[in-house]
Write a protein that binds this ligand. Sequence first.
Ligand code: SF4
Ligand code: SF4
Length: 235
Amino acid sequence: MPGLKIDADKCIGCGKCVRICPVNNLAVENKKVRETGKDCIRCGHCVSSCPKGALQFADEDDAFKKGWFDGRLVSDSDLNEILSSMGMGTDPDIWIKVLQGAELDEYIESSMDILKKSSSGIPLVKEWEEWNERHDFLEPNPVLWEGKQVLFIFSDSPEHAFSASNKMVVKGFGMGVRGFHSNILMAAYHEDPGRLESFFPGFKGKMYMAFVIGHGRRLIEPLFKPLEKFKGLFR
Ligand code: SF4
Ligand code: SF4
């Protein structure tokens, strides 16, 4: 399979693409990125996230661009298509909401406040606080990476929630909508569901998923170690 075309003159070795690659196919050496192997799944995240435009597929064509997250909001009509494929409105056991904009900012602030008061000691909370204090919104919110919308699934049934989550991935992937499951937002919900449920008037059941629409994200072990105690919540 053709690999990436790397423009070494443009690459500044920032490592953003390395952190974003879901299969560890990239590494920075001597301040330049290189591919480590042949594991590329052609998700396009590195290409779309490189601030210098140093990456492209060796056989780049427009078909691949469709799936690349470039910071845009998913339109209401695309979201509605995804939500209906997940059973929203037809499966009585599924209730879904997407938060974005000021409402999402407020939700994240409440979630971080909950985790700050808990004993979880999650490093990302500190990272978020520092980012929030700097008030530099040119830097992406570390909780969302570069995502701007979060899709939440509520249900009374873990099976229905799981099925809706799978349908979202299948439908969304085909439409170019990708992202990552946010353990940190789930952790905040499990600490204090009552406080966060006020963001979801009319919700049914309990929250089973918080999915950040945007780049896929590789789990970084040290970041998630403090979440050991939350293991099992999603079984
Ligand atoms: S994101 Fe772009 S500039 Fe940064 S290391 Fe990767 S290729 Fe180089
Ligand atoms: S296209 Fe995706 S899998 Fe391939 S190197 Fe880039 S981020 Fe990694």
